[in-house]
Write a protein that binds this ligand. Structure first.
Ligand code: CA
Ligand code: CA
Length: 205
């Protein structure tokens, strides 16, 4: 038995974990997606890109379980502005598991100096104030469109959520509310994609 920390209580222990889904899109497999599309980013096939859009992944026929773990490798392209409430933001990204919002946050790819910094809420829910790219797994990737020839304009995050869950199906929704009223082409200004989704069912006691 493996001790899994204090997500539910400090006595909670993991009895079983079953990987039920693992898709890095290298096989162009979109079979469980209600809608979706793929593109090539920096040499890898990824799910995307999106701007003011939602994706929905439906996983039926799950084995018996009482918790679920979802891990998403998220790519944030170009000039995400984080928290500021103005013509450029806030730039929200969210995740829902069977209708329950488990993350609603903002991201920022902005430069950060003492005189200028657009803060983000991740790794917490909005509104909190962290420096741009806090908790990013990598932040030296090229942008997708506006800054496609510059490194440092796509950041990659690995986001893991564990929730209490026992239904026989799981519906994963990810989406954004991006705002860039002063851009001629807002989709080029900021967008996101997903490099990998992993899902495990868990039995905790
Ligand atoms: Ca922007
Ligand atoms: Ca924006």
């Amino acid at each position: 038995m493996i001790f899994v920390g204090c997500w539910f209580s400090c006595e909670t222990r993991l009895q079983e974990e079953v990987k039920i889904y693992d898709n890095d899109f290298s096989q162009s497999d979109l079979s469980n997606f209600e809608s979706g599309r793929l593109f090539d980013f920096n040499g890898d096939t990824v799910l995307g890109y999106f701007h003011n859009e939602e994706i929905l992944l439906n996983l039926p026929d799950l084995p018996a379980h009482n918790a679920i773990k979802v891990t998403i490798d998220l790519l944030l392209h170009d000039s995400w502005d984080g928290n500021p409430d103005n013509i450029g933001g806030p730039d929200f990204w969210y995740m829902q598991l069977n209708g329950q919002e488990v993350l609603r946050t903002t991201f920022s790819n902005s430069p950060c100096e003492s005189t200028y910094c657009l803060y983000q809420s991740y790794p917490d829910n909005y509104p909190r104030f962290y420096e741009p790219k806090t908790a990013a797994e990598s932040s030296d990737l090229p942008g997708r469109c506006q800054y496609q020839n510059s490194l440092g304009w796509t950041s990659r995050y690995q986001i893991t959520k564990i929730i209490s869950h026992s239904a026989s199906n799981l519906e994963i929704v990810c989406g954004d509310e991006l705002k860039q009223e002063n851009a001629a082409d807002p989709v080029c200004d900021e967008s996101w994609s997903i490099a990998r989704i992993q899902v495990s069912t868990m039995t905790l006691n």
